[in-house]
Write a protein that binds this ligand. Structure first.
Ligand code: AHM
Length: 341
C-alpha cells in the first residue's frame, strides 16, 4: 500500500519561510499561534450544541465556572494565544471597542499587529450552521516601540498575510501571504493537525453563483437590483440564470464561492449606506484572499484594498469573488449614484 505524504500546516509554513532568506520566523510563529487558537475555538464550537445540556451562556457549568458566549470565548482565545506568543505587538478585534497593546518586553519589540473577527456569522451559532474566524496581519508602521492606532488603520494593500478558519462539515484554515498563492488546510481531528488539502486555490474566473441577502431588495440601489435581475435572467451563452446561495456567514459564503466560482455581495442599503461588514476584520482579509486567488474585491467604486481606514470599526460595501462577475456587477452598480463612498 502506498501512503500519501501528508504536509501539515507547520511544515508548509516553515517550507515557505525558506523562500525568504532573511525571514526571522516571526510570521511563521504568528500563523502557528493563530492555528492554535483556531483549534481551541474549534473544540468549543463542536460542543456548542451541548450548551443547553451543560448550561446556557451566562450560567455556571458543573465546575462552577461561567459558561461564556462562544464569540466572547473565541475573542479571548485569539487574544490570549497572540498575547503570550511575543510575536504580536497588539490586536484589534471585532469583539472589542478599541485596540489592545501588548506591552510586555517581547511583544513591545514584535513586528506585527493582527486584526480579527473571532467568530464570524455569530447569528448562525444557535442553528448549527458553519461559522468562522477571520484574521489579517500587518507589519507595524514604526518598527520601534509599542503599537498605536495607525498600525491598525493601514490600507489592505499593506497586508502581510490574511486568512480564515471555517468551522463547517470539516474545519479548514485558508490563508495567503500574497504572491498569488492561497492554500487550504483541513483539520484532521485524529492527529490535531491542519493538513494541506487545497494547494494553490484559484477562484474560477467565470462563476455561476450569486450570494446576497435579497430580503434587502427594496433598500438596494437600482444598480445592485439591476445586477441581481441580470443574475436571474436566463441566457444560454453565459450560463444564466446563476444559482442563488446565501448562508449568512461571510466565511462560508466566501469559501464556497472561492472553490466553485461566484460573487458575494453585501451592498449599501438606504438605511446603511456603508453596508454592514467591517473593513478591518472582514472585507480586507477577504479581499486579500480573493485577489491572491485570481478574483476581485470592490466596494462599488474602488478596490477594497486601496481604502485607507479612518476608524477601527469602519464598514464598507463589499462585492467579491470571480473576476468576471465582480466586473459585471461594477458595470451595473456604477450606473447608479446611491452607493456612497
Ligand atoms: P456578525 O458579525 O454578527 O457575525 O455579522 C456578520 C455576518 C457575516 O458573516 C454575514 O455575511 C452577514 O453578517 C450576514 O448579514 P445579514 O443577516 O444582514 O444578511
Amino acid at each position: 500500500m502506498v501512503t500519501k505524504k501528508i504536509t501539515t500546516l507547520s511544515e508548509f509554513i516553515l517550507d515557505k519561510q525558506k523562500d525568504f532568506p532573511f525571514a526571522t520566523g516571526d510570521l511563521s510563529a504568528l500563523l502557528g499561534d493563530i492555528a492554535l487558537a483556531a483549534k481551541l475555538i474549534n473544540r468549543k464550537v463542536n460542543k456548542a450544541g451541548l450548551v443547553d445540556i451543560l448550561g446556557d451562556a451566562g450560567s455556571n457549568n458543573i465546575h462552577g465556572e461561567e459558561v461564556k458566549k462562544l464569540d466572547v470565548f473565541a475573542h479571548e482565545q485569539m487574544t490570549n494565544c497572540l498575547r503570550v506568543s511575543g510575536e504580536c505587538a497588539g490586536i484589534a478585534s471585532e469583539e472589542s471597542d478599541g485596540y489592545l497593546v501588548f506591552d510586555d518586553d517581547r511583544s513591545k519589540k514584535a513586528k506585527y499587529v493582527v486584526c480579527y473577527d473571532p467568530l464570524d456569522g455569530s447569528s448562525n451559532i444557535d442553528v448549527n450552521i458553519s461559522i468562522g474566524t477571520i484574521f489579517a496581519i500587518y507589519r507595524k508602521v514604526n518598527p520601534e516601540g509599542v503599537c498605536d492606532e495607525l498600525d491598525f488603520l493601514q490600507a489592505g494593500n499593506k497586508l502581510v498575510a490574511a486568512g480564515y478558519v471555517i468551522y463547517g462539515s470539516s474545519t479548514m484554515l485558508v490563508y495567503t501571504t500574497g504572491n498569488n498563492n492561497v492554500n487550504g488546510f483541513t483539520l484532521d481531528p485524529s492527529i490535531g493537525e491542519f493538513c494541506l488539502s487545497h494547494p494553490n486555490i484559484r477562484i474560477p474566473e467565470k462563476g455561476g453563483i450569486y450570494s446576497v441577502n435579497e430580503s434587502y431588495w427594496n433598500t438596494f440601489s437600482i444598480g445592485v437590483n439591476n445586477f441581481i435581475r441580470y443574475c436571474k435572467t436566463p441566457d444560454k451563452a453565459s450560463n444564466r440564470p446563476y444559482n442563488s446561495r446565501y448562508i449568512g456567514t461571510l466565511v462560508s459564503d466566501f469559501h464556497r464561492n472561492l472553490i466553485k466560482g461566484g460573487i458575494f455581495m453585501y451592498p449599501a442599503t438606504t438605511s446603511h449606506p456603508d453596508g454592514k461588514l467591517r473593513l478591518l476584520y472582514e472585507c480586507n482579509p477577504m479581499a486579500f484572499l480573493a485577489e491572491n486567488a485570481g478574483g476581485m474585491a470592490m466596494n462599488g467604486k474602488k478596490r477594497i484594498l486601496d481604502i485607507v481606514p479612518t476608524e477601527l470599526h469602519q464598514r464598507v460595501p463589499l462585492f467579491t469573488g470571480s473576476k468576471d462577475m465582480v466586473e459585471k456587477a461594477m458595470e451595473f452598480v456604477l450606473e447608479d449614484e446611491l452607493i456612497l463612498i
